[in-house]
Design a protein around this ligand. Sequence first.
Ligand SMILES: Nc1c(C(=O)O)ncn1[C@@H]1O[C@H](COP(=O)(O)O)[C@@H](O)[C@H]1O
Length: 161
Amino acid sequence: MNPEISIIMGSTSDWETMSAACDVLDELDIAYEKKVVSAHRTPDLMFEYAEQARGKGIKVIIAGAGGAAHLPGMVAAKTTLPVIGVPVQSKALQGLDSLLSIVQMPGGVPVATVAIGKAGATNAGLLAAQILGTYKPEVSQRLDERREQTRQAVIESSEQL
Ligand SMILES: Nc1c(C(=O)O)ncn1[C@@H]1O[C@H](COP(=O)(O)O)[C@@H](O)[C@H]1O
């Protein structure tokens, strides 16, 4: 089965963060593809990738980048597939630069931006799954089960406090 979710990142150094999105999709048994694509370093590849994504059957793109994080916005400029942007934590500015580069898109070209770092990448995976869940009942059922596990874990942790 062709993957319906694409996870792209500006560098292999983003993997530590972006692997959290992959972990969630693995847990939910959702197929995805992952790739390093950079608006700055491989601009032609980035354009080609964004233009061809829909034709390949991709439904949602998760794009993570750090620093001058133009990748999510530039991909969003080349496709009307939903793009979820993950601000990777940078060394110099702790990811505030990444966040602001991704979140402040001009009107007309949205990027759904999540929080900085691994927790944001986890939520990006969940949000992508939730989008698939709007038309795939088996996915929304797995998401409901995961929510229930989270609820139970909080109750148990409270009892052990
Ligand atoms: N922000 C971007 C883009 C882009 O937006 O196209 N391409 C790479 N990068 C970011 O540069 C940081 C450092 O990359 P290196 O570790 O390879 O030097 C990474 O966080 C990457 O996402």
